[in-house]
Ligand binder design. Structure first.
Ligand SMILES: [Zn+2]
Ligand SMILES: [Zn+2]
Length: 256
């Protein structure tokens, strides 16, 4: 029934907002051949993470930056094995993601899911199951969908790897993490995620790919990975659509 409803919603949104007519970023007219439904100008303006990236979390690094790890990864170890990201989070990426998350444009999931597939399928990564970062019940009700789950559904269909949105649960709503420092983020996320009883049987000894739309310091990815590993997963990899800037924490200023 859930699948039928999702399919019906997709058909309606495709009829109202045909995905290959307008650029998903600037809204200009395009033809059906444009990759990810982006016009030539927008596809050039997007910051694809195709150059140097952090060896641990996959965040795009500026050419002038000398380190192999981003500042956040230098500062703390992660629970996930390795992260990958499609884009660096800039103005244009932000506009599309805000539209996707807050302006009811869930139908963008198809194009954004294709970006995830193109990014991860060339890595030769073998995973058993894809898990979306769960959304709190309140936010899901407000938004009508979990943005990560829609991306995962498309990624799974393209990649042929199964996904499960009922393995990892969000036990409490968390405040927006943007303005919090690393230890405040950790506190805010303490006990926020848990694996369902059914979920723990599915992930025992398995390699998982955790997916979210945005990655910044890794606090959410770590909180989820920790819960999955604690429940018996063998390894957790992480994939995001866009990753945030490489900001230097104050206590690292004299170390680099
Ligand atoms: Zn455009
Ligand atoms: Zn990193």
């Amino acid at each position: 029934m859930k699948k039928l409803l999702a399919k019906a919603a997709e058909t309606i949104s495709e009829a109202v907002f045909p995905s290959n007519i307008y650029c998903i970023c600037c809204g200009s007219l395009i033809d059906g051949s444009r990759v990810y439904s982006l016009c030539d100008e927008c596809i050039r303006k997007f910051h694809w993470a195709s150059g140097r990236t952090c060896e641990k979390c996959g965040k795009a690094l500026p050419d002038a930056y000398r380190g192999k790890l981003c500042y956040d990864c230098m500062d703390r170890a992660h629970y996930f094995t390795k992260g990958y990201s499609c884009l660096a989070y800039g103005l244009h990426e932000r506009a599309v993601l805000l539209d996707y998350k807050y302006n009811g444009k869930g139908y963008l999931a198809k194009k954004l899911g294709d970006m995830l597939y193109d990014r991860i399928s060339c890595e030769g990564l073998q995973v058993d199951l894809i898990i979306p970062v769960p959304l709190g019940a309140g936010r899901k009700l407000q938004r009508g969908y979990n943005q990560a789950a829609l991306l995962v559904r498309r990624l799974s269909a393209r990649w042929g790897v199964p996904w499960d949105g009922a393995v990892l649960l969000r036990k409490k709503e968390t405040p927006r993490l943007r303005s919090l420092n690393p230890s405040e983020r950790e506190m805010a996320l303490f006990g926020a995620f848990a694996v369902s009883e059914r979920g723990s049987c599915k992930i025992k000894g398995k390699r998982l790919l955790l997916v979210d739309d945005i990655y910044t310091t890794g606090a959410t990815a770590d909180a989820c990975s920790k819960a999955l590993l604690y429940a018996g997963a063998n390894q957790v990899y992480f994939l995001s659509l866009a990753s945030g800037g490489n900001r230097k924490p104050k206590d690292l200023e004299c170390r680099n």
